[in-house]
Design a protein around this ligand. Structure first.
Ligand code: MN
Length: 130
């Protein structure tokens, strides 16, 4: 059974790249382009992992992380911030808002999925199966 990832990201190119890399490794990927839609979708699909851009329209990623963390049914879903804010302060803010990890953009295709799995505490999916 494949694992599901919800990607909340407003940038089309980043959505495309992250989806490509995750699907290649056997993940089922759902996407939302803003936080409000992302929160609705998260409650509907209960994803195994949530990837969260911090710079988002409507609600910023920190507000989205806090809202997701307030939803009991999503307690088991790790939230990993993905952001171009390459500052220690932003990492601390993301973690304080309830994120379990933090990946910096630009996305590195060589390490992206491994980093996600490390933060999520998952053993890698059997690559032969994907
Ligand atoms: Mn963004």
């Amino acid at each position: 059974m494949s694992r599901s990832v919800l990607l909340i990201e407003d940038n089309h190119q980043n959505r495309y790249l992250a989806t490509f890399l995750l699907e290649k490794r056997g993940y089922k990927v759902w996407t939302a382009a803003d936080g409000r839609h992302g929160i609705q979708l998260a409650q509907a699909i209960l994803p195994d992992i949530i990837l969260l851009d911090i710079q988002l329209p409507v609600m910023d990623g920190h507000a989205v992380a806090r809202a997701l963390r307030a939803i009991d049914s999503l307690r088991a879903s790790p939230i990993i911030a993905v952001t171009s804010h390459a500052m220690v302060h932003d990492r601390e803010r993301a973690l304080a808002a309830g994120c379990d990890g933090y990946i910096e953009k630009p996305i590195d295709p060589e390490t992206f999925v491994d980093e996600i799995e490390r933060f999520a505490g998952f053993a890698p999916i059997d690559r032969a199966a994907s």
